[in-house]
Design a protein around this ligand. Sequence first.
Ligand code: ARG
Length: 468
Amino acid sequence: MTEQKKNGSEKMWGGRFGEGTAASVEAFSASIHYDCRLYKYDIAGSKAHAAMLAANGILSQVELTAITDGLSAIEREISAGTFVFRRELEDIHMNIEKALVERIGPAGAKLHSARSRNDQVALDFKLYLRDQCDEVMTLLGGIRRAFVLLARKYLGRIMPGYTHLQRAQPVQIAHHMLAYYEMFGRDQERMVDCRRRLNLSPLGCAALAGTGLPIDREQVAGILGFRGVTANSMDTSGDRDFAIEFTSNCTMIQLHLSRLSEELVLWSSQEFDFVSISDKFCTGSSIMPQKKNPDIPELIRGKSGRVVGSLMTLITLMKGLPLTYNRDLQEDKEPVFDAVDTVSASLAIMAELLENLSFKTDRMAAATRKGCMTATDLADYLVLKNVPFREAHGIVGRAVAYCLDKGCELPDLSIAELGQFSEVIGKDVYEVLSVEGSVNSRISTGGTGIQRVEEALLAAEKQLGIGR
Ligand code: ARG
């Protein structure tokens, strides 16, 4: 059952229509309930467009003033929550334009000269995403700062480093923290890159072919802080690469957050007992009074699905679309908005959680003393005594098997016991068998050796402007 409007004339595009839109179609096709989020960008874009139209003789100064003042008044109403959005006007562009015409009359009806909603929506979306790149970069700065503070606080303290989630080699806690500093640093770089690539103005491409009116695209781009204009009007009206790129960057951030979350869940378990997450960031169980659960990392880990889902939505949306604009493209905004909301909230709360995190350094250090974690150091010791590495690997493997049998660790073996495996082993071996000796020896660039980590930490502090 569809209710028909008397005619199509109340639509801004209603001229060629004899019948009104079915109510079901209005409900199905409207985007105003979510694209209203773009209102500030739509208004900024319209103001810039109007200024350019006036500079090029398409609007008079009087009309320009009326349009600019009218748009400012509408913006104030929307910000104050008093503006009434109308679903029958479909989207944010037509809601604002209609309100302008109602407010200022014929001058308002001239605003859409040399413009289509196709380049208008691309403009709004790009302006919005440009701001979001900046927001996310700020949040990334916040979480990177939290890692640097933790690295400084626990500098010199050791923990097991893992491969396959098996104890592998001892490392500094600070080194582990700075690993995340690097990961989120790459995320920042990706956002810088994304921002730069998207920062070209689409306005003036009009529907798909450009316009015959005497416009100045560069002027609009300049007013809106773009670094230039897009090169091809057809590419521009159907392009959403920038949205995919941004959401892909968000996905990478959320993946990094999920890895961190997984580690926090593990580390806060009684099995590891490496960290204590502040009570403020945990919740209890409704049935088990003893429980303290790491809900925040779990939720962040879980929310990865939403961000990956948004990326999949966008990729699937674009696949196989013919040039240029297709209404399918209206489906681009919700996944991006959800990705923005999810990543921003996750980054902010994770930074706060890290600021309230404490490491149980005795437990972490104790964990490095089990599992023959200095076996590689013994192999390296043999290499320095001219034993080929493959042979050294076998020797140490046999020594580890001996320890496992005996229920002891490598540093517990006497020189006589070690001598059974290789005659080149001397008393100096104990220096490399200690966990501290092992950590300190890893001075290769990027390694966990004390001086390397100090250098990395100083560089990070300098980069973030953390004074020492
Ligand atoms: N609401 C539309 C969108 O988000 C705006 C562009 C509509 N253009 C059109 N020719 N129907 O894509």
